[in-house]
Structure formats: C-alpha cells, structure tokens
Write a protein that binds this ligand. Structure first.
Ligand code: SIN
Ligand code: FE2
Length: 212
C-alpha cells in the first residue's frame, strides 16, 4: 500500500495546474536519449545568443514543426534550423507518446505538441528564471522531461517577484504546467558536477509545447 508520504511514482503538486510526475520517463529513457542523438545528428546542439548579446550556457536544438531560437533579433519559433536552412528534424514518436500520456495524467486530454526544445546542460550551466511565452495559445500546457544528472528546478508564479519553490528533478521525472500556472516563472540552478550511467556528466531536458 502506498503511504501518504510516499512520493515515488506519485504526483507532486507545484502550483495550480502544475505537477511533478516522478519517474514517468524511466521506462523510455534510453529510447528518448537515442532519439535525441538522432535529432542532434541532423541539427547539432549549439549555444544561442540572447537578444542582449549573451551566449547561453545551455546548448539547445529542436525537433518538430517549429523550433525555439534566440539571437540578437529576439526570441521566436522558426520552421527551419537557422544553422542549416533545413526544417527541424521530425518529432520522434516516443516524444509525442510521452507528452500525451503525461499531459493526460495531469488532466489535459489530447495534448499534441508541435515543438520540442532540447536543452543540454554541462556542469556549471544554468537557465535563469523566465516564462515560456512565445507560443501562440497559452491554453496548452508545457511538458518538460528530465534525463541524466539531477538538477534543481525553480518554479514560481506568473509574476517575477512570486516566491519560487525548489524541486530536485532526476532522470525520468516529468513536469507539467498549464492553466493558471502556464505563465509561471521557472529556471534551473547551476548544474552541479555528477555522473549518470546513461549521459555521463550531462543533463538533457525536453520541453514539449504546442507552439503554433
Ligand atoms: C526550460 O525552461 O526550457 C528548461 C527547464 C529544464 O531544463 O528543466
Ligand atoms: Fe522554460
């Protein structure tokens, strides 16, 4: 029997419409990592530049009909990888299946993402608090999948000044946020040095979105 305090395999509320689904990506972790390698073979990871001119510490690539980019001109979605001029690689079936199942568990039926930002963190990389707000319709949730070494995720509210919770995200954890939390500020603290049998010293994150 599951105790009230047993969070393994459980759902932890992060805010209204936001939850951590522990270990949901564990059964498909290796398949997801193999799919990331295939995407990166076509659209390599790169460190993008913010509109303010800073190079991000997190390396990124994308798959799906739309990919999120940043450069001196701003943040936006594009149909093509600006490095190659070719369309972003197709969204792997394993990504779609996991995103749909996680969203359903969090109470959102028929979530079909058309964009997946893939983040790669090395030791020392961080992502400062931000909102995901470049999508056309905030009625769709964000589904975020953690793979590899653990990280500390920060999750607040729709105002930058809202207090932020800190939550450890481990290999296989999935976070879903939508509804009143769709525009919540979130970020990732500086990645500590550690090792995971499947990814070495790296952490990967999939951020699945309905962008168009
Ligand atoms: C993001 O906000 O794009 C990534 C979050 C994460 O790496 O957990
Ligand atoms: Fe984000």
């Amino acid at each position: 029997m599951q105790s009230l305090f047993d969070t393994d395999g459980g759902m932890e509320a992060l805010g209204p419409g936001a939850a951590v689904l522990r270990g949901r990506a564990l059964p498909c972790g290796e398949a997801l990592l193999a799919a990331i390698d295939e995407v990166a073979a076509e659209a390599p990871f790169r460190r993008m530049t913010t509109p303010g001119g800073f190079e991000m510490s997190v390396a990124m690539t994308n798959c799906g009909a739309a990919g999120w980019i940043t450069d001196r001109k701003g943040y936006r979605y594009t149909a093509e990888d600006p490095e190659s001029g070719r369309p972003w690689p197709a969204m792997p079936a394993a990504f779609l299946a996991l995103a749909g199942a996680a969203a359903a568990e969090a109470g959102v039926t028929s979530f079909v993402p058309d964009a997946c930002l893939i983040n790669r963190y090395e030791t020392g990389a961080r992502l400062s608090p931000h909102q995901d707000r470049d999508e056309a319709d905030y009625g769709h949730p964000i589904v975020s999948v953690s793979l590899g070494v653990p990280a500390t995720f920060q999750f607040g509210g729709p105002k930058r000044s809202d207090p932020m919770k800190k939550v450890a995200l481990r290999h296989g954890d999935v976070v879903v946020w939508g509804g009143p939390s769709r525009l919540a500020f979130h970020g990732v603290l500086t990645l500590k040095d550690s090792e995971h049998p499947l990814t070495g010293r790296r952490r990967f994150n999939l951020t699945l979105r309905k962008a168009l």
